[in-house]
Design a protein around this ligand. Structure first.
Ligand code: ZN
Length: 117
């Protein structure tokens, strides 16, 4: 088990007890994530398939619905361009295909490039 912290005092306690610790030196979340992945010997993250299966908030399963089946306030331009929505079975959050998967994959690309350096 690896204890990841930004707390220097906690990190020193962990180090003295011969447990595995990682002190994150930076406020930059991307740099910190890269440090954690490198420490765990993870050299690549696979992109997210463009299939909505799990809620990013609660990990509940997503149910595919016609866009007319929700009262969720979808922006008008988005509503016009989609036919399907995905609704979380646990927390009822509504998703549609497009930007969020694209943004996650852009973030993963950024991380993978940093991991290759
Ligand atoms: Zn959910």
């Amino acid at each position: 088990m690896l204890l990841v912290t930004r707390d220097r005092g906690l990190y020193l306690k962990i180090s003295k007890s011969r447990k595995d610790g990682l002190l994150l030196p930076d406020d930059d979340e991307v740099k910190n994530l890269v440090l954690i992945l490198e420490r765990c010997n993870i050299k690549h993250i696979n992109p997210v398939p463009n299939v909505n299966t799990r809620c990013t908030i609660c990990n509940g399963t997503l149910k595919k619905l016609d866009k007319t089946m929700t009262s969720y306030p979808i922006p008008e331009k988005v509503y016009e361009s989609i036919s399907t929505i995905y609704k979380c079975s646990k927390c009822s959050k509504v998703y549609w295909e497009g930007i969020h998967v694209e943004n996650i994959n852009k973030f993963i690309d950024k991380i993978n490039k940093l991991l290759m350096q």
